[in-house]
Ligand binder design. Sequence first.
Ligand code: GLA
Ligand code: ZN
Length: 676
Amino acid sequence: MEKKILFPRVGGFLHGGDYNPEQWLDRPDILEEDVRLMKKAGMNSATLGVFSWSALEPAEGEFHFAWLETVIDRLYENGIYTVLSTPSGARPAWLDEAYPEAMRVDRTGMRARHGGRHNHCMSSPVYREKVAVIDRKLAERFGFHPGVIMYHISNEFSGECFCPHCIERFRAYLACRYDNDIEKLNAAWWTAFWSHRYNNFRQIEPPFSNGENSVMGLNMEWKRFTTWNTNDFMKAEIEVLRGVNPDIPVTANLMRLFEGLDYRKMAPDMDVVSWDNYPAFHNDRETLGETFGETAFQHAVMRSLKRGKPFMMMESAPGLVSWQAVNKMKRPGVHLLACLQAIACGSDSVQYFQWRKGRGSYEQFHGAVVDHLGTDDTRVFREVAEVGELLRKIAPAAGTIVKSKAALLFDWDNRWAIADVKAFSQDSKKYEETCIDIWKAFLRLGVDMDVVGSDEDLDGYDVVAAPMLYMLQPGTAENLKRFVGRGGQLLATYCTGYVDREQLCFLGGFPGDGLKEVFGVVSEEIDSLYPSDRNGIALEDGSRWEVRDYAEVLRVRGARVLGRYTDDFYMGTAALTCREYGQGKAYYMAARTAAEQMTPLFERMLADAGIPVRKLPEGVECHVRSGGAGSYAFYINSTSEQAVISGVTGRDLVTDTEVRGELTLPALGAAVLYTQ
Ligand code: GLA
Ligand code: ZN
């Protein structure tokens, strides 16, 4: 397998972060000191220009780029490369004053006033025009600079707008989606219900808070439209930049499993996926190991948006953040571990928000590599410098990738449909949590699953878990059938295959679209349990799993029953089944149990698929990257106890020692075992 090097000019991992010299233009001494300190911290990149619009264009049509040029030049001369951002994440005051239509309208119909950030209208022609002007000028001035290695589009896209422009575009989008035929839309949205039929596309409004909220199809299309429109805005920015120099890769920084945008629709339009990683370390809800486990899942989501290529961690806090309810410091050693985890999961960068703490305003106390103290001997600075050193040691791993034989299906559409549907139990739908729990249970077995869409190619996977796949996209059922048919091990759960892409229920039995033949079951009813209600599942081998929240009552048609309910009027009926279909097996888990309890089932699926199970001590993770000359197994111990792992060999690049058989990781310790 060849390596996929993201930054050939850099040769290794990127280590850097958001750098805001425009806040310090009156302190040339500080700007000079920054370069010395960056080198001392082992940084080789800086993200410039993220919110620099008012410094770059202080008045309409008046451009001041000299300061930025000086900074980019100086960094480059010192071996520090620039990730150059477009400034569209926040608008200068002159723009809102001259063009108030650039400001967003919220769900109540109220136009925003000037201020904040990430709050412009994605449709506004004048906003798009002003963004295109400054983007073009930046690309012309800096797009061929040898120090500029990447473009960063805007910042953390989010939000929706209900202005007249957006409404018009929404109608045009719907007309296109439904072939200009309002009756197609009426049928898809089931508008005969409550007399909601539309006569024409002009009558359609987005779901204003005092307007139409009760049509599932409308709510869903508005979400899809918001992704489409945001992506269209992003594409317009990218087109301008590529028009000047198409050779610089582009990215946009994403935010974990952000609810508002379907990242899977946006990823194809960027060259590299990047994301901003801010776990709540040391919170009072979970162990540090749990926090790490969930973060590993988020990394897997990002990695899987562009399979076969490294992603980037664009931001993370060097110390603490300033926006969480409790802004707790990362304990000594945790920073290095979290950075190494990002690399282990497939990132080719460790980057921070931010380089230096500003003196004032909203984020003045947000953690940074350089504190208000201004010195290089702080704990945070030292820990960042350690990361720089480690990244240099493991540099040959850059460009390698995590390749998984197992995948978890996660769809944004499905998530939106489950959140919106009037059914089940409103407080315990927990689609995301259910996916994360199952993913983490596999990780504890040493299996680092990809997280892919239900319509994606499943070739290359031997085990697939598809929790709560309530909505089946066109092609999903075929996809799953093919997967099991050619020998895959598939797990589905309660709430599978109830509706199609339009959220119309399948007739003739759930799971619909031909899946009931694959699983050999039909779900006749679903019981939602109160939080204190329990049921149980008695397994063939005598063990018993506890059921909470949901229990479907099944009719079994050709599947083998592996577990039966222990209580209630459906006691003794099937709760866990397996059907051999083609060369593979399709498991159906009709009730919710803790993922931990299902571990024996996961082990059985992995064994049948020939995927080795490696039970790691609690709080220890393993991720493997490979490509080029070898493979790198990352072991991360996020507990405060020493951990011993047996049956491993390789050269540990962290301690530079040979490991043969047994690896001892200190508390919060890590190892990177290299084998040819
Ligand atoms: C986000 C933003 C940054 C900054 C950080 C603070 O990720 O992109 O500009 O606000 O959060 O944590
Ligand atoms: Zn708008």
